[in-house]
Design a protein around this ligand. Structure first.
Ligand code: HEM
Length: 131
């Protein structure tokens, strides 16, 4: 029961983090001042923390060793890549072109990690599509 609740929290915060990221990138590209709202600046940190903590809680409840499960390592690496690309898309990218490339990259990495979660394999969507 608790496991299912934490897994739901993990998936809900996952949907919220990617939706919020897309919205903030849209506001950044349209130079909206909504990005300066205090709530919009703070909420992503809370959501992302809940997302990561729920993932870590699931790992500990499954008694998995992250370093011996290659799909979990791939998820961790994917999450780090998503966060780094996300900061380039929203802030650090020097030109609009760099920001757009980082945005597309972050979405691709996120999609890859969803495939890893479903397939329980670093082969991600390739494994799912191969059946
Ligand atoms: C971009 C990052 C991530 C995405 C998109 C993501 C997505 C998902 C999804 C969609 C599921 C449900 C899979 C299913 O229905 O079987 C899931 C489950 C899970 N995730 Fe994540 N996740 C991410 C990061 C993480 C991280 C960093 C960890 C570890 C700290 C983690 C640990 C887990 C675990 C243990 C499960 C449960 C697997 C099961 O019950 O069989 N996730 N994740």
């Amino acid at each position: 029961m608790t496991y299912l609740m934490i897994k739901s929290l993990h998936m809900i915060t996952g949907v919220v983090t990617i939706s919020g990221f897309i919205l903030r990138c849209y506001w950044m590209m349209t130079q909206s001042d909504k990005l300066q709202l205090k709530f919009i600046r703070i909420a992503p940190h809370i959501i992302d923390t809940l997302f990561l903590l729920s993932g870590i809680a699931l790992v500990s409840m499954l008694h998995f060793n992250v370093f011996s499960e290659s799909w979990l390592l791939a998820k961790f690496a994917g999450l780090v890549a998503y966060i780094v690309l996300g900061t380039f898309a929203l802030k650090r990218g020097a030109t609009p072109q760099i920001r757009i490339i980082a945005f597309v990259g972050a979405l691709a990495v996120f999609a890859y990690v969803i495939g890893v979660a479903l397939a329980k394999s670093p082969a991600s969507w390739l494994k799912l599509l191969a059946g």
